[in-house]
Ligand binder design. Structure first.
Ligand code: MLT
Length: 269
């Protein structure tokens, strides 16, 4: 297996049918999608455009579908729901179609059409997704980012997935070290940990995201509550959404995008 991580959509160099892509948007699109499916939504229709979202609602009756989404973090005028995972309760979405448009998450999803498989990832389902990915020859983790810029929460989440995929490929004892001091003429210690011909092969983005995760993992929640987008959400009154988004492995659902719909990938035997 080869693993690559794109810090932003601009860095994503597409995917072929041998690649499983995971679109990561911790605050909040991927967390909301995973929550809606865990609460019984039939499927999600992601779109990048508000007008198109309204058009997608037309074929559905009043009670069959809901319009959800945000711009600049706020619910879109006239929509039933915003993008807070707390709004996507069983009462609000069970047995309904969710039509969703967000600033970064659904835009990143729109870049993945040539991939062999497309999943939606966040901390809630990181472990479940790692299990889903083990047999793919190539895994590409695509961070949705923050208006074209790297978002630390997505980057660290990608790093946590790299850690899980490497753990399954190598013995637990090989705990990599961070920021080995470089002595003149000596290759950094990392090189010693690089797996060489064995699995997985890490692109530099994957290695860097893994290192970022290891650097913050002991106080990850605290670090990620102070990211740029986290601070913006707190200003808007969405601090409780950060608590939801940081519940690691709380919802073992693997949202998979196929033919324009996101639905839970069937459990692996
Ligand atoms: C996004 O997709 O841009 C984010 O999820 C926005 C948000 O909900 O804050």
């Amino acid at each position: 297996m080869r693993i690559d991580v794109a810090a932003t959509p601009a860095e994503f160099d597409g995917a072929d049918d041998g690649t499983a892509v995971v679109v990561i948007d911790v605050f909040r699109a991927a967390t909301t999608i995973t929550t809606a499916l865990a609460n019984g939504a039939r499927f999600i229709l992601p779109t990048t455009d508000v007008e198109q979202a309204v058009r997608l609602l037309e074929p559905y009756g009043e009670t069959e579908a809901v319009l959800g989404g945000e711009r600049d973090g706020r619910r879109i005028e006239g929509f039933h729901l915003g993008n807070s995972p707390r709004e996507y309760s069983r009462d609000a979405v069970a047995n309904k179609v969710v039509i969703l448009t967000t600033t970064n998450g659904t835009r990143a999803l729109s870049l993945t059409e040539d991939a062999g498989a497309v999943f939606v990832g966040c901390f809630l389902n990181a472990g479940r997704l790692a299990a889903e990915l083990t047999n793919w020859p190539r895994v590409s983790l695509l961070c949705a980012g923050n208006n074209g810029r790297l978002s630390l929460e997505d980057w660290v989440c990608a790093g946590s997935m790299v850690a899980r995929l490497t753990e399954t490929a190598r013995p637990a004892t090989e705990e990599p070290e961070i920021a080995a001091p470089r002595r003149r003429g000596r290759r950094p210690r990392y090189a010693a940990l690089r797996p060489g011909p064995v699995e997985p092969t890490l692109g530099d983005g994957a290695y860097a995201a893994w290192a970022a995760f290891l650097a913050v993992k002991t106080d990850m929640a605290e670090v990620l509550r102070s990211t740029e987008h986290a601070r913006h959400l707190v200003e808007l009154g969405f601090a409780p959404d950060l608590d939801v988004a940081l519940r690691v492995d709380s919802l073992p659902v693997a949202p998979r995008l196929a033919e324009g719909r996101i639905a839970p990938s069937p459990e692996k035997d």
